[in-house]
Design a protein around this ligand. Structure first.
Ligand code: GLU
Length: 360
C-alpha cells in the first residue's frame, strides 16, 4: 500500500476540443483500481488556463499575466466539473485544493494545508491540487509556475511514496526524441547525475508549461523526500496500475535518502533574502554549529524573523532575526547583542537544526 501523487499535464487531459472527458473516465477507472489495491491517491491537475482560454475562444498560449489569471479563474471550475463527472460515476468523492507557493513557504500555513489534506485522505476523498493561478503570480509573490514542481512539493509535504508525472512523452530520453530518431528511453535512473540533468532540453508546448527540466527538478524535490518518481506517457493503457505493479514502463527515478520533514521544508522554501557570511562562519556551519553575528558580513533583501533565507547561497536557514536586526549587529560579538537588541534576545542568528546545506 502506497501514498501516490499523480500529476496530469494539460496535453494529457486535453483533446482537440479541450478537456477530454473519455480520458478522465479512464483516469477515474485507474484511480479506482489503485484505491481498491489499498493505495491512497492524490491528483495534481493542470489545464485550468487551457480550459479557460478555450472556453473564451482563444487557441493560442496566453502570455499576459492578467489574462492567464482570468482564464485560470474561468477554467478551474470547468476542469473540476469534468473531474466531478468522471469520479462521481464511480462513487469516488473528490476535493479541490488550490495552493500557492507562499502557502507552502510559510510553515504555519503549510502545516494547515497538510492537516486539511490528511483529513480528506482519512475520509477516503481524492484531493485534486492545482496552483491558485488567479492570485498567484510572480508580480505578487513567489510561484510554482509549473505543476511538475507543484506535484513534487505536494508529494514531499504529504509524505508520498510515489509520484507519477503523466505527460505526452514516454519518459526521459538520452536526447530529445522529437528531434532525434535514435533517441533512447532511459528506463531507470538511480541518481540524478550531471550527465542525466544534461539530457533534459527546454520544453513546453502551446498550452503546457513544463518540459523535461522542470520534471527533473521535481524528481530532485521528491527524491529528497524518499519518494520514487515515474515519468510516463499519460495515454498509455492502464498506465497507473502498471507503474504501481512495478512494470518497466516510462522512466523510474529511485528515491534518494529521506531528509526529515522540517529540513525539507527549509530546503524547498523560496528564500526571502540572503545573509552573507565570512569563511570562518562557513566552516562553523559545515561543522553543524550555529550562525553567530561575528561571522556576518552583510544582508541582501528584507526579511523577518522566522523566514527562510539563504546563507551565501551555500545554505538555507530559518533566521531568528530580521534583516533590520542583522544590520544592527553585523560583525559584533555575541556579548554585544543584549546591548544592541535588548536583554532577552538570543545571540544565535540561526540554530544548527534550522540550517541545511545546499547541493553543489
Ligand atoms: N496551473 C496551470 C493550469 O492549471 C498549469 C501549470 C502547468 O501546466 O504546469 O493551467
Amino acid at each position: 500500500m502506497a501514498r501516490v501523487v499523480i500529476k496530469i499535464g494539460t496535453n494529457t487531459l486535453s483533446g482537440a476540443d479541450g478537456i477530454d472527458l473519455d480520458y478522465l473516465e479512464s483516469l477515474a477507472d485507474q484511480v479506482k483500481e489503485l484505491r481498491n489495491g489499498g493505495h491512497r491517491v492524490m491528483l495534481v491537475t493542470s489545464g485550468a488556463i487551457g480550459a479557460g482560454s478555450r472556453r473564451m475562444g482563444v487557441e493560442k498560449r496566453v502570455k499576459k499575466i492578467e489574462y492567464r489569471q482570468a482564464y485560470a479563474a474561468i477554467g478551474q471550475p470547468l476542469l473540476m466539473h469534468s473531474y466531478q463527472k468522471a469520479f462521481l460515476k464511480r462513487d469516488i468523492p473528490i476535493a479541490q485544493v488550490l495552493v500557492t507557493r507562499e502557502i507552502f513557504n510559510n510553515r504555519e500555513s503549510y502545516l494547515n494545508v497538510r492537516n486539511s489534506v490528511e483529513t480528506l485522505l482519512k475520509m477516503d476523498v481524492v484531493p485534486i491540487f492545482n496552483e491558485n493561478d488567479s492570485i498567484s503570480t510572480r508580480e505578487i509573490g513567489p510561484v510554482f509556475g509549473d505543476n511538475d514542481s507543484l506535484s513534487a512539493h505536494v508529494a514531499s509535504k504529504l509524505e508520498a511514496d510515489q509520484l507519477i508525472i503523466l505527460s505526452d512523452i514516454d519518459g526521459l530520453f538520452n536526447k530529445n526524441p522529437r528531434e532525434h530518431d535514435d533517441a533512447r528511453l532511459i528506463p531507470v535512473v538511480e541518481q540524478l547525475t550531471e550527465e542525466i540533468l544534461a539530457m533534459a532540453g527546454e520544453g513546453g508546448t502551446e498550452f503546457s508549461t513544463g518540459g523535461m527540466k522542470t520534471k527533473l527538478k521535481a524528481v530532485k524535490i521528491a527524491s529528497r523526500a524518499g519518494c520514487q518518481v515515474v515519468l510516463a506517457h499519460g495515454r498509455a493503457e492502464r498506465i497507473l496500475c502498471r507503474i504501481m505493479d512495478g512494470e518497466a514502463i516510462g522512466t523510474r527515478f529511485m528515491a534518494g535518502k529521506k531528509m526529515n520533514s522540517r529540513n525539507r521544508w527549509i530546503y524547498n522554501a523560496e528564500p526571502a533574502g540572503t545573509i552573507l557570511v565570512d569563511k570562518g562562519a562557513v566552516k562553523a556551519l559545515e561543522a553543524h554549529k550555529s550562525l553567530l553575528p561575528s561571522g556576518i558580513t552583510g544582508v541582501e533583501g528584507r526579511f523577518s524573523a522566522g523566514d527562510v533565507v539563504y546563507i551565501n547561497r551555500e545554505f538555507k536557514a530559518v533566521t531568528n532575526l530580521s534583516s533590520d536586526e542583522i544590520g544592527l549587529i553585523t560583525g559584533h560579538h555575541s556579548r554585544d547583542i543584549p546591548k544592541l537588541l535588548g536583554a532577552d534576545r538570543r545571540d544565535d542568528v540561526a540554530r544548527p537544526e534550522d540550517i541545511v546545506r545546499l547541493e553543489g
